[in-house]
Design a protein around this ligand. Structure first.
Ligand code: URA
Length: 233
């Protein structure tokens, strides 16, 4: 569908219409290899090659952000008393009405996905999706080898029985993969085997991994490949 170039650049590059018009007038946007300085020019970004500073613009109008959530910040969109992950993001992202895909406890760290793509959010968090989540866990003791089977068989936590989970005991820490996301689930599973979780960090959600170079508090947009893989999940 043909749209005004400033509208395309605004929605796909997360700029206001005024900012988009400005970058177009400055000659930073090309259509099919030709610099276009007129914001009102019509183009079809799904058919034509539209570039901004030489980079192909993203072929989705949704926003997908990964964050390495720091401890002490709520994974909610707003809170009266406490800093939230939304407070860590710039206004050009937050004005899009982002949702958090699967919460992390306030004291937990690691991979958090934020998006305004409600369909993907629902798909990844729906109990039916079984999207795997991988956690790095340090507890006040180490699980016993027999606990691997206990996690795999499912654990009765009183209000629900967990689905099969994969526990890998490593040197001083454990890796746990669960395919659901009940409140405090990993902490409660460790409590059930007599341990308290000291630190909890999410490493993976479905196909998406926390990049080792993304420091706590940092965030970045997902690449088109990462979005494609998540959407195909
Ligand atoms: N399990 C927990 O106990 N806490 C989290 O934040 C995520 C999984």
């Amino acid at each position: 569908m043909k749209e005004r170039l400033d509208k395309i650049i605004s929605s796909r590059c997360l700029l206001t219409r005024t900012e988009a018009a400005k970058v177009i007038r400055r000659g930073r946007v090309s259509i099919d290899g030709q610099v276009c300085t007129k914001p009102e020019t019509k183009a079809d970004a799904d058919v034509q090659s539209v570039t901004f500073d030489g980079e192909a613009i993203r072929n989705t109008s949704y926003l997908y952000i990964m964050m390495n959530k720091p401890a002490g910040v709520l994974s909610a969109t707003e809170d009266k008393n406490c800093e939230t992950v939304i407070d860590l993001l710039p206004e050009e992202y937050t004005r899009r009405g982002l949702g958090v895909v699967g919460r992390l406890d306030k004291d937990a760290t690691g991979l958090l996905l934020l998006t305004d793509d409600g369909q993907l959010n629902h798909r990844l968090t729906s109990p039916k999706s079984h999207a795997p989540k991988l956690y790095h866990v340090v507890a006040d003791g180490m699980p016993k080898p027999a606990d691997v089977d206990t996690f795999a068989l499912g654990m009765d936590l009183g209000d629900f029985v967990t689905k099969s989970a994969r526990l890998t005991i490593c040197d001083g820490y454990s890796l746990v993969e669960i395919s659901e996301g009940k409140f405090h689930q990993v902490k409660r599973m460790f409590n059930k085997i007599g341990l308290n979780v000291v630190s909890l960090k999410r490493l993976k959600i479905a196909s998406l991994s926390l990049p080792p170079d993304l420091a706590e508090g940092e965030y970045r947009l997902l690449t088109d490949k990462e979005v494609e893989k998540l959407c195909a999940f």
